[in-house]
Design a protein around this ligand. Structure first.
Ligand SMILES: *Cc1c(COP(=O)(O)O)cnc(C)c1O
Length: 423
């Protein structure tokens, strides 16, 4: 205890942090109930409102501090199985197949490219920002022929353009970035999936939903979506490190009917499908060690999302309300949204052009001084002209934290200070 005291206690706030940690541990048990037993309080810190990683709850962070567990133990298998079931529910699917694999969102691109597209097959990538270029790059790495349809900056790809591309050529998959994190553009995946089903029903619809799961509604079965890929650290409110991909039974069938072998080892569904099925039956199986603690954290977050006081439907509504509030407040003082119209605006993040005469160095460091951490520009052609705010997860659904008010006043004050400094 005294070593801990000497090593980590520097201020009164970190004392209470350290004590909270010490006192919460004796109650820890493998099956501990986070919501009722969590007395852990995370260390004071700057408000992290980049578009992922986002703020996580004390319960989630405490779950990540679960005592070491065997990945082969029945207790862990049960928790892993719950995660698989809750992930499927989150996407309103009855029978789609989740893959929970250590890795980041990027591993989802590798899984799609290696398992669903065979070398030489065609992929159509709908481009609404930076992330479509990366997905294309990944698909090409595994030998796909990639065509892109590019929207103008701030716009989404038009359905008529998708329709003519599908009529001109046979595509194995169409990929859409649900929310492109470089532009905050939201694509209408329901409408796009409709076009694909109508014009080219065999083509698989793949959604890069890394920045949209749990902040935007996704009805996988009803809308006919074949792959939803995401990661733990954005709307799902869990520390980074988990790749979450959900494949429709149709996609699994396409994988099983491949004529060439899968050209990846770690990401091969041949390896992972039996593992996921075993865990869902609450029995453990081994291919590569899962990120055990992160699965506990993900379980805590999914439990809060699926069984918390805020329903899933209410969660989406809150994200819409908060998004409108932030965008309106920023626009009132002279910022301008990157998305070209309201119907393509994401609800879990904002991308805002600086008012004329101001740059990132006028605003972002001032926000940081107010303990608000935002992200700079990412889209290469407008990089220095805008910045990004993430408003997802607990910052949105728990108003008692005051995160959203804090963001709004910090943005207004930072601009006012920047203006004053130029006079
Ligand atoms: C963050 C993000 C990714 C990449 O996820 P990583 O976890 O950083 O690998 C991919 N697509 C979108 C839309 C993202 O926002």
């Amino acid at each position: 205890m005294s070593a801990l005291r000497n090593a980590s206690i520097k201020s009164s706030s970190s004392i209470s942090y350290a004590l909270a940690r010490i006192f919460s541990y004796p109650s820890a048990s493998p099956a501990r109930k986070m919501s009722t037993e969590c007395k852990f309080v995370q260390a004071p810190h700057k408000l992290l409102v980049i578009p992922g990683p986002i703020e996580v709850t004390d319960e989630v962070l405490f779950a990540n501090a679960h005592p070491s567990m065997s990945h082969m133990s029945p207790d862990f298998a049960q928790v892993f199985g719950d995660c698989i079931r809750m992930t499927r529910q989150l996407l309103y699917s009855k029978d789609a197949q989740p893959f929970l694999i250590a890795g980041s969102g990027t591993l989802g691109w590798d899984q799609v490219s290696a398992n669903l597209v065979e070398p030489g097959e065609n992929a159509l990538v709908l481009h609404s920002g930076y992330f479509a270029d990366s997905f294309s790059d990944c698909l090409q790495t595994y030998g796909a022929n990639v065509d892109q349809i590019k929207a103008e900056i701030g716009g989404a790809v038009k359905e008529a353009d998708i329709e003519s591309a599908l009529q001109a050529k046979k595509y194995k998959i169409v990929t859409v970035t649900h929310v492109d994190t470089s532009t905050a553009v939201l694509s209408d995946i329901k409408a796009i999936a409709n076009v694909v089903k109508r014009v080219s029903p065999d083509t698989l619809v793949v959604i890069d939903a890394v920045c949209s799961v749990a902040s935007e509604e996704i009805q996988m079965d009803a809308w006919g979506i074949d792959v939803v890929l995401t990661a733990s650290q954005k709307g799902l409110g869990t520390p980074p490190g988990l790749s979450i991909l959900v494949a429709s039974q149709k996609a699994v069938q396409v994988f099983e009917n491949r004529s060439t072998p899968v050209t990846t080892y770690y990401g091969s569904w041949k390896k992972w499908l039996p593992i996921m099925k075993a865990y869902e039956n609450n029995s453990a199986a081994y291919f590569a060690t899962p990120p055990v603690n992160l699965i506990y954290a993900f379980h805590a977050s999914l439990t809060q999302i699926m069984q918390g006081t805020v329903s899933l439907e209410q969660r989406f509504k809150l994200h819409q309300e908060v998004s409108r509030r932030i965008k309106k407040a920023a626009e009132e003082v002279g910022f301008k949204g990157v998305p070209l119209s309201e119907d393509v605006q994401a609800n879990g993040m904002s991308a805002l052009y600086f008012p004329d005469g101001f740059t990132a160095s006028d605003i972002v460091p001032r926000l940081l001084k107010k303990d608000v951490v935002v992200a700079g520009g990412l889209h290469a052609s407008i990089k220095d002209k805008y910045f990004r705010i993430g408003h997802m997860g607990v910052s949105v659904v728990d108003p008692s934290r005051g995160d959203i008010d804090k963001i709004i006043s910090a943005v207004k004050e930072s601009l006012a200070e920047a203006k004053a400094s130029k006079q």
